[in-house]
Design a protein around this ligand. Structure first.
Ligand code: ATP
Ligand code: LTN
Length: 334
C-alpha cells in the first residue's frame, strides 16, 4: 500500500513492435486501472534478450514501447514508466528467488516449452529462468495486482508460489500478488492462423496488426484475414477466425458479440472485415498521433526516463535490502 492505494506492476518485452494483441490484451487495461492504483509499468528489456536480439533494434524497440505506453494514455507523472535494465535490483532479486524456485516448476512452464521449440538453437538458461525474473519484477514493488493477458497466468501463479514459499520461511516479506485478466481482448489471435495468439515476434507480417501500422496496412491485413466457408458472422468456436474478428471489433467499440452478430446478420464477410478494420484504425489513430509527437520531443522523453528510473530504484531497493537481510547477507558498512 502506497499513499493509500494498492500497487500494480506489469511489463512488456521490447522484442518487436507492439501488436493489437498487446494493446487490447494489456496496455488498454493498464490505462483503465491507472487512476485507481500506484502503477509501475516496465519495459522488460532484460527479459527480451532470452531470445537473441540485434542491439540497435532492441534499443530502438525499447524506446518505442516506452513511448507507446505514454501515447496510449498512461501519464508518466503518475505512473512509473521505466526500463527494467535501469533498475539493477530486478536482476539481484531474481538471483535470490532462483534459489527458492524448483527446476520442476520451471520445466512445466508452457512458454518455456514453446519458445524452446521455436528457438531450438538457443535454449539458454535465461529462457528457462525467465519466470523467476518476472517474479522478481512483481515482488520488488510489493505489487497487489498484475494485469496480464491470459498467456501469462502460469508465470503469475509461479510468482505467487515463490512469494508464499519465501514468506513461510522468513515472515511477511512480500505482498502476494493477484492476477488481473480482463475479459475483453484477453487473447487476440493471429489473423493468419486463428488458433495461435497474435504475437509481435511472428514472422508473418500479415498475421499481426501493429499499433503503429498505417491505416491502409490495417485495412489490407483485415481483408486478408483467414476466415471460413460458413459465410455467417457468428460468435462460435467452430469459426475461430470470425470469432477473433468479433473479439477485436467488440474490444474496439465496446459492443457485445450478440450485437455484432445482429449488426452483420445477412451481410458478407467483406463488409464485416471492413468494419473491423475501420474500428481498429479509429481506435489507434490518437495513439499514433501522440506517439509521433513524443518521437519529436526527445528531451521530454529522456526526462521521464531519468525521473522514473530514480523512483523505481528507490522502491525496488527498499524491498531488496529487506530480502538481503532476511536471507543472511552481511550488513553494509557505511
Ligand atoms: P513475443 O512475441 O515476444 O512473445 P508477445 O507479443 O507475446 O511477445 P509480450 O511482451 O510477451 O508480447 O506480452 C506483453 C503483454 O501483452 C502481456 O500481458 C501479454 O499477456 C499480452 N499479450 C500478448 N499477446 C497478446 C494477445 N495476442 N492477446 C492478448 N494479450 C496479449
Ligand atoms: N512475461 C511477460 C512480460 C513481463 C511481465 C512481468 C508481465 C515480464 N515481467 C511482470 C507482468 C508482470 C510477457 O511475456 N508478457
Amino acid at each position: 500500500m502506497l499513499d493509500g492505494k494498492q500497487t500494480i506492476f506489469s511489463g512488456m518485452q521490447a522484442t518487436g513492435n507492439l501488436t493489437l494483441g498487446n494493446y487490447l490484451g494489456a496496455l488498454n487495461n493498464w490505462v483503465s486501472l491507472a487512476d485507481s492504483y500506484n502503477c509501475f509499468y516496465c519495459v522488460v528489456d532484460e527479459h527480451a534478450i532470452t531470445i537473441r536480439q540485434d542491439p540497435a533494434t532492441l534499443r530502438a524497440n525499447a524506446r518505442k514501447v516506452l513511448q507507446l505506453y505514454i501515447a496510449a494514455g498512461l501519464d508518466p507523472k503518475k505512473c512509473c514508466i521505466y526500463y527494467q535494465s535501469h533498475v539493477p535490483a530486478h536482476a539481484e532479486l531474481s538471483w535470490i528467488l532462483g534459489c527458492f524456485t524448483y527446476m520442476g516448476e520451471l520445466s512445466r512452464m508452457t512458454q518455456f516449452k514453446d519458445k524452446a521449440a521455436k528457438h531450438a538453437d538457443n535454449i539458454n538458461a535465461g529462457l528457462f529462468t525467465y519466470p523467476v525474473l518476472m517474479a522478481a519484477d512483481i515482488l520488488l514493488y510489493q505489487s497487489d495486482l498484475v494485469p496480464v493477458g491470459v498467456d501469462q497466468k502460469q508465470h503469475l501463479e509461479l510468482a505467487r508460489d515463490v512469494a508464499i514459499r519465501f514468506n513461510n520461511i522468513y515472515g511477511d516479506v512480500f505482498t502476494i500478488p493477484e492476477g488481473y485478466i480482463a475479459k475483453s481482448g484477453a487473447k487476440i489471435m493471429s489473423l493468419q492462423e486463428p488458433s495461435k495468439k497474435m504475437s509481435k515476434s511472428d514472422e508473418n507480417e500479415n498475421a499481426s496488426i501493429y499499433v503503429l501500422d498505417a491505416p491502409d496496412a490495417i485495412m489490407r491485413k483485415f481483408k486478408r484475414a483467414v476466415t471460413d466457408s460458413v459465410g455467417v458472422v457468428r460468435y462460435s468456436d467452430e469459426q475461430p477466425g470470425i470469432k477473433n474478428l468479433i473479439d477485436i471489433y467488440c474490444a474496439c467499440t465496446g459492443l457485445l458479440p450478440e450485437a455484432v452478430e445482429k449488426e452483420f446478420d445477412g451481410k458478407g464477410y467483406g463488409d464485416f472485415k471492413s468494419a473491423v478494420g475501420e474500428a481498429v484504425v479509429a481506435r489507434l489513430r490518437p495513439i499514433q498521433e501522440r506517439f509521433a509527437e513524443l518521437t519529436k520531443d526527445k528531451a521530454y522523453v529522456d526526462g521521464i526516463i531519468k525521473e522514473n528510473a530514480e523512483k523505481a530504484n528507490y522502491y525496488a531497493n527498499k524491498t531488496l535490502r529487506k530480502v538481503q537481510k532476511k536471507v543472511g547477507f552481511p550488513e553494509r558498512v557505511r
